[in-house]
Design a protein around this ligand. Structure first.
Ligand code: PLP
Length: 382
């Protein structure tokens, strides 16, 4: 008969024994933790709002790919089994989607895990990494976790990636350059010529982690995926994700795509069953769901255009976006506008933790959600 766990004393005595906790690595102690967007449930409870609108985490407003949902249903009865350690079928499907070879791909528990694996495989304590000052915050967390020193490359005027500031930060200890293209949270991108120039200027010892989480959303004619380079340049790892374009953020499916030598190093250290069995099946189905991807791109592009004209009519500045979100300059009152939006049931992201105290970031939602956002902002700013 199941006996349950014994009370260790914490419950009956009502307190912890006062022991010193083990010491974390010195470089871990001052890493700030990742700050996610607020959850709908939290705002619903706090402000008594029935159905808040979440435009905070660049999720897919259409929900998950229907083909992925069917796959989850079809395979749910086998979750007692361990998944395939190599995610073979998923990688085969991904290879045909991304037009590369299966051996050039590793699948991860979200692209966050690929970032982690790269840091663990390449960084030795004391190594240096270069990260643009205003970009996805997990690069810095993952690098510092492995004992790297981080050089933050200043942005150009107007928050663009500055190739020269990245290159001038490189020294003999530099192991990795992180680059999100298009970038989060700015939504800006590096055109193909600039990307090529950056790669030419970087020395051989540097691995370039080129993060294309938002690559599919780009409408710019001179944006091109870094996958162009992977068969001729052994330094580049492109990472990508099914979280946004395919609506599977909660399942956690990401890919690293690059030269076999990088993939081999990452495979040696990855947790054995890193992509769960339903994620593998749903990922395979989602990659074949072209209809859903097209609908997603239409929704995002129409939504962006609607937001642009709404924001213009409010007299607000924003950055032209190649992603599924837009960075908006509100001014000195950005935090209070953000909080007022929360009170009215609309969750956006205040950008203070990115050093942008006058900005909020708004993910593109469904047409009615975008309309509600602009109407609510109009009232708040009146
Ligand atoms: C630039 C960038 N890279 C990576 C990620 C992580 O994506 P995933 O859900 O695949 O871990 C995000 C998530 O927001 C992102 O913005």
């Amino acid at each position: 008969m199941y006996k349950g766990y014994q009370d260790t004393g914490i419950l009956s005595r009502g307190g912890y024994v006062d022991l010193r906790p083990p010491k974390t690595a010195s470089w871990v102690r001052d890493i700030p933790s990742y700050k996610p967007g607020k959850a709908k449930e939290e705002i619903a409870k706090k402000y008594g709002i029935e159905n808040p609108i979440k435009l905070a985490s660049n999720e897919n407003p259409l929900g998950p790919s229907p083909a992925a949902l069917r796959a989850i249903d079809d395979y749910k009865s086998i979750v007692n089994l361990y998944p395939d350690t190599t995610s073979k079928e998923l990688r085969t499907r991904a290879a045909s989607f991304f037009k590369c070879k299966e051996e050039q791909i590793i699948a991860g528990n979200g692209s966050d895990e690929i970032i982690d694996l790269v840091c663990r495989a390449y960084i030795e304590p004391g190594d240096n990494v270069i990260i643009p000052e205003c970009t996805f915050s997990y690069y810095s967390i993952a690098s510092k976790t492995c004992g790297a020193s981080v050089t933050y490359a200043p942005m150009k005027d107007g928050l663009g990636i500055d190739i020269d500031s990245i290159v001038s930060g490189v020294n003999a200890q530099t192991k990795i350059v992180f680059l999100a293209n298009p970038n989060n949270p700015t939504g800006l991108y590096l055109d193909f010529d600039s990307l090529s120039r950056l790669l030419e200027l970087l020395p051989d010892q540097v691995l370039v982690l080129l993060d294309e989480a938002y690559g599919l959303f780009s409408r710019a004619g001179d944006f091109k995926s870094g996958l162009e380079f992977i068969s001729k340049d052994k330094r580049i790892l492109v990472i990508t994700t099914l979280s946004k374009s395919h609506g599977l953020a909660g399942l956690r499916i990401g890919f690293g795509i690059g030269d076999y030598s990088i993939i081999d190093s990452l495979n040696r250290i990855k947790p054995p069953f890193n992509v769960n069995i339903l994620a593998q099946r749903a990922g395979i189905a989602a990659l074949g769901d072209t209809l859903f991807l097209e609908k997603t791109l239409d929704t995002v592009w129409n939504g962006l255009d609607f937001l642009y004209s709404g924001l213009k009519s409010l007299g607000l500045e924003f950055l032209p976006s190649q992603t599924n979100f837009v960075l908006v300059k509100i001014g000195k009152n950005a935090n209070s506008v953000y909080n007022e939006l929360l009170r009215q049931g609309i969750i956006t992201r205040y950008m203070e933790s990115y050093g942008l105290r006058e900005y909020i970031r708004i993910s593109v939602g469904l047409p009615e959600e975008n309309r509600a956002l602009i109407n609510t902002m109009r009232k708040i700013l009146a």
